[in-house]
Write a protein that binds this ligand. Structure first.
Ligand SMILES: Nc1ncnc2c1ncn2[C@@H]1O[C@H](COP(=O)(O)OP(=O)(O)O)[C@@H](O)[C@H]1O
Ligand SMILES: [Mg+2]
Length: 425
């Protein structure tokens, strides 16, 4: 039996079983089916799923659909050649189960696993199939539904300017691409556990968890780690753009900040990320516009009013200038995650991970020893420079010389940057 036929039958069975059992919900559907039948309006995959021939063509990239299922007695295409369905679930399910690949497919499809487990099929485990499918919150479609809904509300557009929402599946740099310090690793583990056991924490009355301040110089990975956490935890990433506060009509801003936080509670579970948190300090110490100060106070109050245990919102804030923050701002965080400039050993590891797909003969240990004071981001730039200059001479393999030159030009650049306003002699 061809894969194509199996694909079609799997889809038809999945739709049929999903429609039939009220216990099954959108998170039981395999990702491709869930994304395809997603309804923005309903923010779910409404039942019943009706499988059209054109759906099969699009979703499974199959042409000539009826030629693949013509010989199957339990598959029916309506008179118009339009809708496809299973006419006898028992017969279809039995046929499917006999196929070589069925075991593998069922183990990745919670809807099917639910059915076959009910039928007491050996080796089928619904809860294990569930772990293979990530929840709907990772999908772009889920986020887009939210954004659409909010845009329709009064003032929704203004508020959406203050935030940027990303779906976990769109986050490119994952935890696997990161080199963490031992301390950072521990912090990450604690966050993962706090989310996993958030009901327990609530039960024992530990509410002050889930607010983390990330502290360290630019380019040490604060923003990217916050995003990678969202990918890792399969929860959406909501970023507040503090710079927008100053651009907006200030009277509305305080209100919009409140709405951003209530949005985060609606998207929940999610990560709410506030970058450049030191912005808060600037407005508190200087005599800025009164409305701006009001906005910042609203922000601090809003931070107090949100929690991981009650609202499912993990708050991450980042700053390059910890000294600017006063104790009132510090007090709001229960964990501090430090982002130091990397030590030689860590620099080597970062270089190794950045160059893992790059061919050539080079010694990252030497480069690590020459790059004191470089951030992770600087190291990335060195590699990029090395790759590009190799490409100039049509080479897709880099040499140690390429990298050494890149370090020299990076150092030169740093000098230019710091001497920007020195007179030329
Ligand atoms: N420890 C690290 N491991 C891997 N990549 C890193 C590390 N630190 C920084 N980088 C890379 O440097 C770039 C810039 O990091 P970013 O998150 O913007 O830093 P920050 O927010 O601290 O200024 C990212 O592409 C990131 O992947
Ligand atoms: Mg950043």
């Amino acid at each position: 039996m061809s894969d194509t036929t199996l694909d079609i039958v799997e889809l038809l069975l999945t739709a049929h079983i999903y429609n039939k059992y009220p216990e099954l919900d959108v998170n039981d559907l395999p990702k491709n089916i869930r994304k395809y039948y997603w309804s923005r309006e309903h923010k779910t995959v409404p039942k019943p799923i009706k499988v059209k021939v054109t759906d099969i063509e699009k979703l499974l990239q199959i042409s000539n659909v009826s030629s693949h299922t013509g010989s199957l007695p339990f598959v029916d295409i309506d008179d118009m050649g339009f809708l496809m369905r299973i006419t006898a679930l028992d017969v279809g399910a039995e046929w499917f189960q006999k196929m070589d690949e069925s075991r593998e497919r069922i183990s990745h499809n919670p809807v099917l696993a639910f059915y076959y487990e009910k039928k007491e099929t050996e080796g089928v485990d619904y809860s294990s199939a569930k772990t293979k499918v990530r929840p709907k919150e990772v999908d772009r479609e889920w986020i887009e539904s939210f954004i659409e809904e909010i845009a329709k509300e009064e003032g929704g557009d203004d508020m959406l300017k203050l935030v940027e929402i990303s779906a976990p599946e769109d986050i490119k740099q994952t935890l696997r691409d990161f080199i963490l310090t031992t301390e950072q690793e521990d912090e990450v583990k604690k966050i993962v556990k706090a989310i996993q056991y958030k009901d327990y924490l609530k039960h024992i009355g530990l509410y002050d968890v889930g607010k983390v301040l990330m502290v360290g110089p630019p380019g040490t990975g604060k923003t990217s780690l916050a995003k990678a956490m969202s990918e890792h935890l399969s929860i959406p990433f909501v970023e507040v753009r503090l710079s927008m506060i100053t651009d907006q009509y200030l009277g509305e801003t305080a209100k919009n900040i409140d709405r951003v936080f209530s949005l985060a509670k609606r998207v929940s579970p999610c990560i709410l990320f506030i970058d450049e948190f030191d912005f808060v300090a600037k407005t508190r110490s200087s005599d800025e516009h009164a409305a701006l100060k009001r906005a910042v106070n609203t922000l601090l109050k809003a931070i107090d009013g949100i929690s991981l245990t009650n609202d499912g919102v993990l708050l991450l804030a980042a700053t390059n200038h910890p000294r600017m923050l006063d104790s009132a701002a510090w007090r709001r965080f229960d964990e501090i995650m430090k982002f130091p400039l990397p030590e030689p050993e860590m620099r080597k590891k970062i270089l190794d991970i950045v160059t893992k797909e790059i061919k050539g003969k080079f010694d990252t240990e030497e480069i690590a020893s020459l790059t004191h004071g470089y951030s992770g981001s600087d190291l990335r730039m060195v590699i990029r420079e090395g790759v590009l200059s190799a490409l100039v001479t049509e080479r897709m393999e880099i040499t140690q010389k390429d990298l050494l030159n890149a370090v020299v030009s990076f150092d030169e650049r740093a000098t230019i940057k710091t001497n920007e306003y020195e007179p030329v002699m």
